[in-house]
Design a protein around this ligand. Structure first.
Ligand code: ACO
Length: 331
């Protein structure tokens, strides 16, 4: 096992107050039901941002909590890595808005795009920056306003997603300390991009009346195909992170998988030989918050005593791209 280079010094989350239950879809005229959504996904409700709440505003809330718990002030941040599939605008990044609002005057700031795996990618990038000696302290945020990019007329996608942000402060490990990131694994397969994507609204197919008419700037997903790949790649990701840390499922105190679907979570836990009592699940309350899902879950798990000093956690995610990845962290 490698000596940890970086450790989680503090965590936080920024969750909209507005709750949307499965029953609320009836008011949108969608032919769906609470029973269908719960049986296929495990989702009971999700949080939806108001018009005033942005990807950045949720990130600010999460970041301030994480910094307070870490005892780190804005001037100490060397880098802000913000993973999002829902930037507030395309140029410049949401990370620079966060940097300005925090007053992090010494920080580099950039967005990272790897969909639901984005926060694990971001943690790995930040750890690498610490290892290279460029930085000492990073803020790694996953923030998503998925409600802005789903098609509220498409029952096969809009019921799945929710809004929120999670953040951690990542600091250089003290020499001899054994807490921190023990292993990481990242992969992608862009040949499968069109199974989960927003076809229009970027540089290749800019916004036009046709795009609006065809609703092609919203998320499109081949649910069944995505499901199969998610189960396979999340399982592979768990194996690789465990191998990297020279651990087995039995050594894991808590598994925090990306919260997309309860059935995918169960299949992943079974493959990793981690019993469901050791799996942190909140997809029932938040739906799929893309790259925010794992840092939100970590923050809740700490608050609820499921993660304590010394806890070994396995994290794994899968998302559009496809991208997938995993990480073992000792807290
Ligand atoms: N309510 C009622 N019926 C619905 C709904 C709905 N909300 N959505 C779809 N249906 C219907 C379909 O139209 C279809 O009807 P038909 O048989 O008459 O054609 C039927 O239900 C079955 O549809 P499937 O898509 O085959 O249902 P499935 O069992 O695969 O469940 C689901 C769909 C929940 C989307 C599942 O495929 C899934 O979870 N896929 C993975 C999605 C995912 O996790 N995405 C995110 C991962 S990556 C990331 O996080 C960005």
């Amino acid at each position: 096992m490698k000596r940890p280079i970086a450790y989680v010094a503090g965590t936080g989350r920024g969750i909209p107050a507005k709750v949307m239950t499965n029953h609320d879809f009836a008011a949108l005229g969608l032919e769906t039901s609470h029973e269908w959504i719960v049986e296929r996904t495990g989702i009971v409700e999700r949080r939806i941002a108001t018009a005033d709440e942005t990807t950045c505003s949720m990130a600010v809330t999460a970041a301030r909590q994480a910094m307070a718990k870490a005892g780190v002030h804005a001037g100490e941040l060397d880098a802000i890595v913000l993973s999002t599939a829902t930037p507030d605008r395309l140029l410049p990044s949401t990370a620079v808005d966060l940097q300005a609002q925090l007053g992090a005057t010494r920080a580099a700031a950039f967005d990272l795009s790897a969909a639901c795996t984005g926060w694990i990618y971001g943690m790995t990038v930040a750890e690498g920056m610490i290892q290279s000696g460029v930085i000492e302290t990073a803020l790694v945020v996953g923030a998503e306003k998925m409600s802005a990019i789903v098609d509220w007329k498409d029952r096969s996608t809009c019921v799945l997603f929710g809004d929120g942000a999670g953040a951690v402060v990542l600091k250089r490990s003290q020499s001899g300390a054994n807490k921190g990131i023990l292993s990481a694994f990242l992969r992608s397969d862009g040949k499968l991009a069109e199974l989960l994507w927003r076809p229009a609204g970027g540089a290749a197919v800019p916004f036009s009346e046709t795009v609006l008419e065809e609703r092609s700037s919203y998320v499109k997903m081949a649910g069944r195909e995505v499901f199969k790949h998610a189960v396979r790649q999340m399982s592979e990701a768990c194996d690789r992170a465990l191998d990297g840390a020279k651990l087995t499922g039995k050594d894991i105190d808590v598994l925090i998988p990306h919260q997309a679907n309860h059935r995918i979570i169960e299949a992943t836990a079974k493959h990793a030989s981690v019993p469901m009592e050791k799996v942190y699940v909140n997809v029932d309350r938040y739906g799929n918050t893309s790259s925010a899902s794992i840092p939100i879950a970590i923050d809740e798990a700490i608050e609820r005593g499921r993660i304590k000093p010394g806890t070994t956690a396995l994290l794994c995610a899968f998302g559009a791209g496809f991208t997938w990845g995993s990480m073992v962290i000792r807290f």
